[in-house]
Design a protein around this ligand. Structure first.
Ligand code: SF4
Length: 346
C-alpha cells in the first residue's frame, strides 16, 4: 500500500535530524538536508549532491518538496514584475516585485483569496480558499530575490505582506515564514526590512506585541470614522476603531515602534476636512506615519481617486500635527499589480 509522502519542509531541523537517526544514520545529515531546502532552495532531492544516492532515494521514498512554480511573469513599463505563482495543489496566488532607485521590495501573499470583504479590493472577490504554508510564503520571496538579482543586479531589500490575504488571519504560518526569511540558515534578512500590513485584527495585534516580533506593523486604515470605515471595510463592524486603537496602544506600549497607516483617499468617501481631522485624532497617541496611497480602480469604478486638492489637505494637516506623511504613487498599474488589484487576472 502506498503511504502518502510528507512535505519535507513542514519538518523542523530537529525533526529532520530525528528522521536520520531513526534510519540509523547520522543526525547531521538532517542539517545538510535543511541547508539544501532553506538556504539553497533546492527543488529536488537529486541536486543534494553531498548526500549519497541511497540517502537521496530514501528521502524520495518518504518525502516530497512542494515547491511553488512561477507560472507567468509580467513586466510593467515601470519595471514592476508580477508573478502568478502556482502552488502544489494547482491554486494560484500573486506576488509583486517593486523596484525603486535604491531598493527592491517584494509584496507577497499570505492566503489564497481573502475572507475579508474590503469593497475597494479585487482580491476580496476571490473567496478565501486556504492559508499559505510557511514554505509557500518563503518561496515567493526567494523567487523575487532571484528576479531582483537577474533584472536589477541587486538582492531583494524589503518585504511587505500586502499581497493577497489578511496576514494576521494566517498568523502562525506568516511568523514561521518570517523566521526562515530572517534566519542565518534561511535568507538572513533583517526583520526591520519586513512589514506586515493588516486591515486591523485587534486580538492579533496584541498577540504580536506579546510575542515580541521585530518586524514593522502597518495598518490599512482608510478611515478613522467608524461609519465610513464599516461601509468600505465591513468587518469594521466587528473589529471597531475603538478596539483597533486600543490594540495599537497596547502594541506601542510594548514595542515602542512607530505605527504606519496605509490610507487611500477616495472622492466623495473620505476626502473632507472632517475625515482628515479624525485621522489626526486617531493616530496622535503614538509616533505615526501615514502613507497616502494612490488608488488603482478595479473594474466597477465605484471608487475613484480623490483630487490633488484633497490629498494636499491631508498632507498639510498631518504635517501641521507632526505626523510623518508620504504620498505613494502606485506601480505596475498596467499589469494589474498595484495595491488592491491582485485578483489572479491574467
Ligand atoms: S484589502 Fe486585504 S484584507 Fe481587505 S479584502 Fe483585500 S486582501 Fe483582504
Amino acid at each position: 500500500m502506498e503511504t502518502k509522502k510528507k512535505d519535507i519542509r513542514a519538518l523542523t531541523k530537529e525533526q529532520l535530524r530525528g528522521f536520520f537517526t531513526d534510519q540509523g544514520d547520522k543526525a547531521f545529515r538532517g542539517n545538510q538536508v535543511y541547508e539544501w531546502l532553506w538556504q539553497k532552495s533546492a527543488h529536488s532531492f537529486d541536486v543534494m549532491t553531498n548526500l549519497s544516492k541511497d540517502t537521496r532515494k530514501l528521502l524520495e521514498e518518504f518525502f516530497v518538496i512542494n515547491h511553488i512554480r512561477v507560472d507567468q511573469m509580467q513586466r510593467s513599463k515601470d519595471g514592476t514584475i508580477k508573478n502568478a505563482v502556482r502552488l502544489h495543489d494547482g491554486l494560484v496566488v500573486e506576488s509583486v516585485l517593486i523596484p525603486t532607485a535604491n531598493r527592491t521590495t517584494a509584496c507577497v501573499s499570505s492566503q489564497v483569496g481573502c475572507s475579508l470583504d474590503c469593497k475597494f479590493c479585487a482580491t476580496a472577490r476571490l473567496k478565501r480558499m486556504r492559508n499559505l504554508n510557511p514554505d509557500e510564503i518563503y518561496d515567493q520571496v526567494v523567487a523575487i530575490d532571484n528576479e531582483s538579482r537577474l533584472y536589477f543586479d541587486r538582492p531583494l531589500s524589503n518585504i511587505v505582506f500586502m499581497g493577497m490575504g489578511e496576514p494576521l488571519m494566517n498568523y502562525n504560518n506568516v511568523l514561521k515564514a518570517i523566521d526562515k526569511i530572517t534566519s542565518p540558515t534561511g535568507l538572513g534578512m533583517s526583520p526591520r526590512r519586513i512589514t506586515v500590513s493588516t486591515s486591523g485584527v485587534p486580538k492579533m495585534i496584541k498577540k504580536m506585541a506579546d510575542d515580541g516580533v521585530r518586524f514593522n506593523l502597518a495598518v490599512s486604515l482608510h478611515s478613522a470614522i467608524d461609519e465610513i470605515r464599516t461601509s468600505i471595510m465591513p468587518f469594521n463592524a466587528t473589529f471597531t476603531l475603538t478596539d483597533l486603537r486600543e490594540s495599537l496602544q497596547y502594541w506601542y506600549a510594548r514595542t515602542k515602534s512607530r505605527i504606519t497607516y496605509e490610507y487611500v483617499v477616495w472622492e466623495g468617501i473620505n476626502d473632507t476636512q472632517k475625515d482628515v481631522d479624525a485621522l489626526v485624532d486617531f493616530c496622535k497617541f503614538a509616533p505615526s506615519k501615514v502613507n497616502l496611497i494612490e488608488y488603482n480602480p478595479i473594474d466597477d469604478g465605484k471608487f475613484r481617486q480623490a483630487s490633488n486638492a484633497a490629498l494636499e489637505r491631508y498632507v498639510d494637516t498631518l504635517e501641521q500635527n507632526g505626523i510623518v506623511v508620504t504620498v505613494r504613487r502606485s506601480r505596475g498599474k498596467d499589469i494589474d499589480a498595484a495595491c488592491g488589484q491582485l485578483a489572479n487576472k491574467r
